[in-house]
Design a protein around this ligand. Sequence first.
Ligand SMILES: [Zn+2]
Length: 343
Amino acid sequence: MKAGLIYDPIYLEHDTGSHVENSQRLVAIMSHLGEAGLINQATTFPPRLASIEELEMVHAPEYISKIKIVAERGGGWLDPDTVMCPKSYDVALYAAGGLLTAVETVMKGEVDSAFALVRPPGHHATRNRAMGFCIFNNVAVAAKFALANFNLNRVLIADFDVHHGNGTQETFYADPRVLYFSTHQYPFYPGTGRIDEIGTGEGEGTTVNFPMIAGWGDEEYLRAFNEVLVPVARRFQPQLILVSAGFDPHWADSLAMMQVSITGFAQIVMVLKELADELCQGRLVFTLEGGYNLQVSASSVKATFDVLLGNPEIVDPLGKSSARKPGGFDQHIEKIKKIHHAT
Ligand SMILES: [Zn+2]
């Protein structure tokens, strides 16, 4: 099995200072992949730039120019969470472009799957607004690109970042060609992602939200994927699966309160890989969203590659959470299964 790794040191040049979303995240991931021999096992590709036309499939032209102007003027804060330096506009074009490279390599069959290790992340960015550390919505641009350039009609985006991908949901809320499935802590930032947000118009039913109560972990996440995503995806029949991989649902991540382990992430990746093998010739593209504990992110990305490459052993240096978890999951999942006719 061939897995692509898309990365470039340009991603370190989005300088956010002492912000939690900083270049050390990718430094830690890449050095761990190097030490573990994963970079040699994977097929590496440099990212290309996304064109303005490609960004405009998701973002308003005025918004794209605004980001360029903020960079030219030296950078600054786009919202209370999201900061830019003079290089950030260029880096953000390479972040979206990294996903496009990943989609191209997978669609052309050069690799079976790919992981774009990019920053800034993307899933909170909306048509005309940066938020939540995100400037351009990389995964949304990639889905639009795949639909437009590879003659696809159905793309699945699965998002297990601990935060709801409001920007991705908004982009495809009325679009029946994109199935958006998200697990996320709720209530939590950014406030969207209720179970009754299911899409609108022709897109009704192709947005599937699985909010999680703080404290739930591996077991609940796996059930959400196996019992809701799997049947809904089988019905939808995606031709490509994109994954917004955020490792901030881990129990040791300080930004949120979920209790997923590295082993749990590997099991989720396994479910996604089996779905891709069953439904779309294995076409599976990951992109990095959040994840702020450096050891967790590094080990989780490695575990993801181990699953994609078919390596038998998953290393989980931090183990499972021993926290007591809140009840109520059975009723909760039944409600979501009913809304989405997941049986
Ligand atoms: Zn997140």
